[in-house]
Design a protein around this ligand. Structure first.
Ligand SMILES: [Fe+2]
Ligand SMILES: [Fe+2]
Length: 208
């Protein structure tokens, strides 16, 4: 049973502290936890998540800096609290040495992404958040699929699934608040720019 279990999860991926008396009784016992050593590709993914959550916090702070609409402010306050929770979850998995070295830049980019549409009213903000959270949802979805074949990373996968569920709720709330009217051409161009910028940032953060 022990040998069979070892072959199933792959001996090189099992954290020594998870092996009890030389036997692995189930996949749950080899699940890595926050603080355990992770493969480089997982750290690269987590670095993008960490920078993304830092940026998301700054987006909502940028909105709160300028928005006066009460419904929008309460939307941003609620989302900000969730993004702070996501950040602390990701920090649990990612050692500080692995954080993006460009974090100040992501903070500024995030703040501007929230602040600029705030100057044009709630609809511009909701459309921006819909674009950002659509990107975040797909971003987490990609990682969750990559982790699906790694039983030892089930704990991390569950964490990311929780984050993704929140981002999906954020996107849906923003879409409802924006209303059924299609945004104008300028707002659509801004949202496309935000999505493209997020994608470019993620590509860069994998390395820096
Ligand atoms: Fe988040
Ligand atoms: Fe979010």
């Amino acid at each position: 049973m022990g040998e069979k279990g070892l072959r199933f999860v792959g001996a090189t991926t099992v954290h020594p502290s998870k092996v009890i008396s030389g036997e692995i009784l189930s996949a749950d016992l080899v699940t890595l936890a926050p603080g355990d050593e992770l493969p480089a590709w997982v750290l690269n993914d987590l670095r993008t998540d960490h920078a993304g959550e830092v940026g998301a916090i700054c987006i909502y702070q940028g909105i709160l800096k300028f928005a006066r609409d009460q419904a929008l402010r309460s939307f941003a306050e609620h989302h900000l609290a969730t993004e702070q929770k996501h950040l602390s979850l990701i920090i649990g998995w990612l050692p500080p040495a692995q954080f993006s070295r460009l974090l100040p830049m992501w903070r500024i980019a995030g703040f501007l992404t929230g602040a600029l549409p705030s100057l044009f009213g709630p609809k511009a903000v909701y459309a921006t958040i819909e674009a950002v959270e659509t990107f975040a949802n797909l971003h987490y979805g990609d990682q969750i699929r990559r982790l699906a074949t790694k039983p030892e990373l089930n704990g991390l996968r569950k964490t990311l699934l929780d984050c993704q569920a929140d981002e999906l709720a954020h996107r849906n709330e923003a879409a409802v608040a924006r209303g059924p009217t299609r945004p104008g051409v300028l707002l659509r161009a801004w949202c496309s720019m935000v999505r493209a910028g997020s994608g470019a940032a993620v590509s860069l953060i994998r390395y820096i």
